[in-house]
Design a binder for this molecule. Structure first.
Ligand code: PGA
Length: 242
């Protein structure tokens, strides 16, 4: 794993460079996108680069990691809404080529179709990840099997609590379930970026980078992937021993 530690501002710029390079080489790349507070600076940077003409998403296909069950794309806390607001509405991507798991049709067939659609698009070239304080990637909570594909999950209390800050009505409004790419879906990506910022992520980043590979810490699986770049700010890196 390549680990880059810099200021919060700089890691967004450095990660954006990886997108410039990839899209220069492969304009029709398949990108895996993430939601949450962490990628916001990166998305702002990518919007700027697109507006200035440095990159184009014209031929890009996008697959998002996850979606809350019960929220449709018009709900302001749905991840479809988040992606439109923070990235897709501001770049030249074809919305018809942006995919987010459905939070409404959660039938087994619809869920399984997500992995098939990724495969049919040629697989994900670059998957972006944030990380939960409990080590989750996407909504793969601790003890999710490493062999999992896209599936429905029950969210842990700690995840619902962490995300309740974004819901006007607090934790009672946070959905109890989500549909998420599985750990294997993520690991199938050709390259992966994981971003972590702020002091709350420091203990888990120590476990992810220096601890054993274990399903109890989903992100630790990234130690086994051949092409991962971790971008951390100084606060998230504060507990690393080296
Ligand atoms: P955050 O969420 O970026 O809002 O901290 C990350 C995650 O839970 O995966």
């Amino acid at each position: 794993m390549k680990v880059i530690i810099d200021s919060r501002e700089n890691i967004a710029k450095l990660a954006a460079k990886q997108y410039i390079e990839l899209l220069a080489k492969k304009p029709n790349a398949v990108l895996g996108h993430a939601t949450g507070s962490t990628p916001l600076d990166l998305y702002a940077e990518l919007v700027k680069l697109c507006k200035e003409g440095w990159i184009s998403y014209k031929d890009v296909t996008s697959f998002n990691l996850d979606e809350y069950v019960g929220l449709d794309g018009s709900h302001d806390q749905s991840y479809r809404y988040f992606m439109n607001e923070n990235l897709f509405n501001h770049i030249d991507i074809d919305k018809a080529k942006t995919f987010v798991p459905s939070g409404i049709d959660t039938s087994a067939a619809a869920v399984a179709a997500y992995d098939k659609a990724i495969e049919a698009a040629g697989g994900i070239d670059l998957q972006l990840l944030g990380i939960g304080e409990n080590g989750h990637i996407g909504f793969n909570e601790p003890d999710t099997p490493f062999g999992s594909l896209t599936h429905m999950v029950e969210l842990t209390e700690s995840t619902r609590k962490a995300n309740s800050r974004l819901f006007a009505g607090g934790i009672d409004e946070v959905p109890t379930h989500a549909v998420t790419m599985g750990v294997k879906t993520v690991m199938n990506a050709k390259s992966i970026i994981l971003m972590a910022t702020g002091p709350k992520k420091a203990p888990i980043m120590k476990e992810v980078l220096e601890g054993p590979v274990t399903e109890h810490v989903p992100a630790s699986v990234l130690q086994l992937h051949p092409s991962v770049t971790i971008y951390m700010d100084y606060e998230a890196a504060a507990q690393l021993s080296k």
